[in-house]
Design a protein around this ligand. Structure first.
Ligand code: GLU
Length: 411
């Protein structure tokens, strides 16, 4: 049995040791500040009682309010929330946002819930945690299984207790205090990071690069589309039901239309069907896991034929697999660098809410891209200088910034 928090702490520990941090400092930085576990009981449409458990882990706020998504999924538990909250702390630090890290969610299966049940779960969850969140305390956002509608319910329910404050949550609908470019922000960011990676590492453009994407949800679909628009050849994509591949490259706009109509990629006429396992073992320039965590174990890592991996999902790589990739000289752009686009544009949404002013999409993309370009260059340079992996370099950079903020503020 693997533990996500243990895996994240493994990466943390390795980087913290390179930095020569004391044992006490390591414990201080690794331990979550606060963990909430709440009952989320609702009335189901059937009239039965629905029993759910919600979590919010507030990992660190040395650099600013806790920040991170809410996940609605059957895998949600303390361990997953702790690990994802910790990753948010290092992610916001690496891209230099004035935030800490947090994460949470509700253990539930959204595919089996009606819209009304989803709304009741969300409102009940907010009733249980509203005193612990707020625009200057902890700012939730979407993650797997949640979307702009869920964020709108959170904003509305929070307002009943604390007054109307849109900045309590990000990823809201554009028509309701949301930001332009937020929905596609993570996928856009992954594409920009892919461009920077290809240029820095192999001095080659995105154009003509072969890519396989695992996952076609919010992150995978926008990542595929952006890379397609930049001239990449997306040779395979998959979702929970299976995959489609085409060595000549898939027509992603048509595939998006197919998915809008059928809710899955399987059955798309512009390619052959393939399995997820096949996709993960394909010979491509770039393999992009964009679904759930825990995809690569040591065994699968030995079978990967991709030349590089860009982690659009959080925690797709177990530490043993990371070592295999390192030994096989397959570079891995870690989640905390590759998928930071979501929280970057969340930050812009929060700023716009506090300013009561809407930015244009051009301004958002220019500011977002600049942050990706700068953070990638900083991590890449550090990795080169210290002879470490991109993941270790990213953790070193993040830990350094958080540790410095803690020391400056005083414990
Ligand atoms: N859930 C996203 C992540 O893992 C976005 C978090 C946010 O916008 O606060 O980075």
């Amino acid at each position: 049995m693997h533990a996500f928090f243990e895996a994240t702490n493994h990466y943390f520990e390795h980087a913290a040791s390179i930095l020569g941090l004391s044992e006490n400092m390591k414990v201080l930085l690794a331990t979550p500040e606060r963990e909430l576990r709440v009952e989320v009981a609702i009335e189901m449409d059937s009239g039965q009682i629905g029993n759910f458990i919600g979590y919010r882990v507030q990992h660190d706020n040395a650099r600013g309010p806790f920040k991170g998504g809410l996940r609605y999924h059957p895998t949600v538990d303390e361990d997953e929330a702790r690990s994802l909250a910790s990753l948010m702390t290092w992610k916001t630090a690496v891209v230099d946002l004035p935030y800490g890290g947090g994460k949470g969610g509700v253990n539930c299966d959204v595919t089996k819930l009606s819209r009304a049940e989803l709304e009741r779960i969300t409102r009940r969850f907010v009733q249980q945690i509203h005193d612990f969140i707020g625009p200057d305390k902890d700012i939730p956002a979407p993650d797997v299984g949640t979307d702009a509608q869920v964020m709108a319910w959170i904003m509305n329910e929070y307002g009943k207790y604390h007054g109307h404050q849109p900045a309590v949550v990000t990823g809201k609908p554009v028509e309701l205090h949301g930001s332009l470019g937020r929905e596609s922000a993570t996928g856009h960011g992954v594409a920009i990071i892919a461009r920077e990676f290809l240029q820095h590492t192999w001095n080659r453009p995105v154009e003509g690069t072969t890519v396989a994407v695992q996952g076609f949800g919010n992150v995978g679909s926008f990542t595929s589309r952006e890379l397609y628009d930049m001239g990449a050849k997306i040779v395979a994509v998959s979702d929970a039901y299976g995959g489609v591949c085409n060595p000549e490259g898939l027509d992603i706009p048509s595939l998006q239309q197919h998915v809008a109509a059928h809710r899955k990629v399987v059955g798309f006429s512009g390619g052959d069907s393939c399995t997820n396992e096949h996709l993960l073992g394909m010979e491509v320039d770039v393999l992009i896991p964009a679904a759930l965590g825990g995809v690569f174990d040591a065994e699968l890592a030995e079978e990967v034929q991709a030349r590089a991996i860009i982690e659009a999902a959080n925690s797709p790589t177990w530490p043993e697999a990371d070592e295999v990739f390192h030994r096989r000289e397959i570079p891995v752009v870690p989640d905390i660098v590759a998928n930071a686009g979501g929280v970057i544009v969340s930050y812009f949404e929060w700023v716009q809410n506090l300013q009561h002013f809407r930015w244009s999409i051009d301004q958002i993309r220019a500011e977002q891209d600049r942050r990706h370009v700068e953070s990638f260059a900083a991590v890449f340079d550090l990795a080169r200088r210290q002879g470490v992996s991109l993941r270790t370099a990213a953790f070193v950079l993040g830990i350094q910034r958080v540790g410095r903020a803690k020391v400056l503020a005083g414990i």
